[in-house]
Write a protein that binds this ligand. Structure first.
Ligand SMILES: Nc1ncnc2c1ncn2[C@@H]1O[C@H](COP(=O)(O)OP(=O)(O)OP(=O)(O)O)[C@@H](O)[C@H]1O
Ligand SMILES: [Mg+2]
Length: 287
């Protein structure tokens, strides 16, 4: 199986990814994916205020399918608020969140609930149930949303744990493992329903640079096996440089830039340049 070269431009990487997926995948099903598939996750004109504070003013994204997009923005810009809108946990004041072309806020509660099973979400702290070991945490969505027998659940869970390097820690409790392991367990749990959209809120927070880099490797490996729309929100430029096919940048409630990663890192707009270079001089201050 050829190994995708992640420094290639997106189109070449798609070809490598598509090639790599011809082998046996992680999922129990085999899913073919192609470069240039229509976006399955879109945000149009999203606006949200909390009281008098307008956090999101006009957010527009057609997230490229079968690619990893990183949405960057300074602390407090509303990245986590954006993720909550995408999965239907927060309702927008205006605008649409389209999944497979359907606005999730125009559908009924039951339909929105079903739609959520298309998402795998990795929350900042792993969001594991403290009373369950890693195995039961990862098995949870399968037991809740499917009628699969325990034997099949075991196969899926162990495969997912193995993919994130946690097969040997399956029976440990969350409080017995490190922060990086919790994040990996959260990723395994996000994967078991075979989602076509995977969202990560600050996958790098609280991890040292080496653990962050290793987690990024796992995210890229899993994505290259299964494809899908992967979206990471972070303020860590290093993570963005490492994993992104596409980069979006939000500031003051709007999308300042969205495009292929190599274009973002060469961009001349003063804010884009300052933020992606991590410089103190520029339009972004402490306010
Ligand atoms: N439920 C809520 N009620 C009121 N204000 C909220 C709510 N959720 C978020 N906010 C506010 O919205 C703003 C954006 O928050 P958010 O957590 O999305 O920022 P962020 O970009 O994820 O920041 P960080 O990089 O630090 O995680 C903050 O000022 C926050 O206090
Ligand atoms: Mg956040």
């Amino acid at each position: 199986m050829p190994s995708p070269n992640f420094t290639d431009p997106p189109t070449e990487r798609f070809a490598a990814v598509a090639e790599a997926t011809r082998g046996p995948g992680w999922s129990m099903e085999t899913r073919a994916f192609q470069p240039g598939d229509d976006p399955i996750l879109q945000v149009h004109g999203l606006a949200k205020s909390f009281g008098s504070a307008q956090i999101l003013k006009n957010i527009n994204f057609d997230f490229q399918h079968n690619a990893i997009t990183t949405v960057l923005g300074p602390s407090g810009t509303g990245k986590s608020v954006l993720i909550k809108h995408l999965v239907g946990l927060l309702a927008p004041d205006a605008g649409e969140v389209l999944v497979g072309g359907q606005d999730i806020w125009s559908m009924g509660e039951n339909e929105r609930y079903d739609m959520r099973t298309r998402f795998g979400v990795c929350w900042q702290d792993g969001a594991l149930f403290g009373s369950m070991n890693l195995y039961d945490n990862v098995a949870f969505p399968l037991r809740k949303h499917t009628r699969k027998p325990e034997k099949e659940i075991e196969q899926i869970v162990m495969k997912a744990l193995d993919e994130v390097g946690l097969a040997k820690a399956a029976h440990k409790a969350p409080n017995e493992v490190s922060g990086g392991m919790k994040k990996r367990a959260g990723f395994a749990r996000a994967l078991v329903m075979n989602p076509d959209i995977v969202l990560f809120d600050e996958p790098d927070s609280g991890l040292d640079p080496v653990r962050t880099s290793l987690l990024c490797d796992i995210i890229m490996d899993v994505h290259s096996q299964h494809g899908g729309t992967y979206l990471l929100v972070t303020h860590d430029i290093k993570t963005a440089r490492k994993v992104s096919d596409y980069v979006g940048l939000i500031w003051k409630g709007e999308v300042v830039h969205y495009g292929p990663a190599h274009e973002a890192f060469e961009h001349q707009d003063p804010f884009v340049k300052q933020f992606l270079a991590g410089q103190s001089a520029g339009p972004l201050g402490m306010d």
